[in-house]
Write a protein that binds this ligand. Structure first.
Ligand SMILES: [Zn+2]
Length: 98
């Protein structure tokens, strides 16, 4: 029987702080909205009408406490495994400016 040692570098899914740099990371469920995707040209396409779902994310202490009362937006990129997470109210929303 073969044993393998897997070294995991855990980092926060939102701000990318890592455990190695002294930020304790824990896996927890958070409210995530699938917000849209980038196409192969880097243009962003917003997906309208998606529901907020509960997803397991690796979060640092700061983001974990923010996640308790905020929704995290998830953006994906076509043809890649890249996923971007960002807190909803940290995005400037031009359409709400009046
Ligand atoms: Zn974080």
């Amino acid at each position: 029987m073969r044993t393998e040692t897997v070294i995991k570098h855990v980092s926060c899914d939102v701000c990318k702080n890592s455990e190695e740099k002294g930020f304790p990371i824990k896996r927890m469920s958070a409210a995530v909205l699938d917000f849209g995707h980038y196409d192969e040209y880097g243009n962003f396409h917003e997906d309208i009408g998606k529901n907020v779902t509960s997803q397991q994310l690796d979060l640092c202490k700061k983001c974990a406490s923010l996640a308790r009362d905020r929704v995290i937006k998830r953006k994906t990129q076509m043809f890649t495994q890249n996923i971007y997470y960002v807190f909803q109210d940290l995005i400037a929303r031009d359409e709400e400016a009046e």
